[in-house]
Ligand binder design. Structure first.
Ligand code: ZN
Length: 225
């Protein structure tokens, strides 16, 4: 496919994210994703509630900018492409949370269903080029953002399609980071997607997506093409 990824981490004001105390930009690393972290989504998928956190990875080549058109048409022959809106954490040095934003875990749902039935890994359904659209980030300071009370909302063509609150996570953010770090070392520039609430569904070319974190629009009327 050979997508030319021009993704870089950006702040909500449009500035690129730089390493603290240095002038170079923060590297773009891997994306660690969490599955089945909201009870309402587990129910809509008829999935079992896992006893431990379900983790999977997207490579850096999966990243794209959620404020730019989201390209899916070239994959339409593979079946439904679902949106999963998730709270995204941008990781800084010493595994600290540097920024908070939104990610869309784009999922080839029919492909995933077939892979699940065969007991095979999900990467073809979830880790392809452009499968992780992320918003610009809001700088994180624990003083003004309560990790256990963050709302997220996805509007599809002007109507609320997904909404949730980190309070409803089966594994809260602090615990997720602890669990993830015991498996994958989190490095500066990595992103963590923390799972999707209910309301996932298919996207079509021409759809428009807006994402809100604590009511703040982080992407607005992004077109699906
Ligand atoms: Zn997801």
């Amino acid at each position: 496919m050979g997508i030319t990824t021009s993704y870089i981490h950006r702040w909500h004001d449009g500035e690129q994210v730089l390493l603290p105390s240095r002038s170079n930009e923060l590297a773009v690393g891997k994306v660690v994703c969490v599955g089945r972290n909201y009870a309402d989504h587990i129910k809509e998928m008829n999935s079992a509630t896992p006893s431990e956190v379900v983790l999977f990875l997207k490579p850096s080549t999966a990243l794209c900018d959620a404020t730019q058109p989201i390209k899916i048409s070239h994959l339409s022959h593979l079946g439904d492409m679902h949106h999963e809106l998730e709270i995204a954490l941008l990781i800084g040095q010493q595994q600290r949370i540097l920024g908070i934003g939104l990610g869309i875990d784009l999922t080839l749902r029919d492909v995933q269903t077939q892979l699940k039935q065969k007991g095979l890994p999900w990467e073809r359904a979830k880790a392809f080029d452009g499968s992780c659209a992320v918003s610009p980030f809001i700088p994180f300071s624990s003083n003004d953002i309560d990790l256990s009370n963050i709302t997220l909302e996805l509007e599809l063509n002007g109507k609320t399609q997904q909404h949730g609150n980190s309070a409803l996570m089966l594994h809260p953010i602090k615990q997720l980071l602890h669990d993830i770090s015991s498996v994958f070392t989190l490095q500066a520039g990595d992103i963590v997607l923390t799972g999707t609430p209910a309301g996932v569904g298919p996207l079509s070319a021409g759809d428009q997506l807006s994402g809100y974190l604590n009511k703040q629009a982080l992407f607005s009327k992004t077109t699906v093409i």
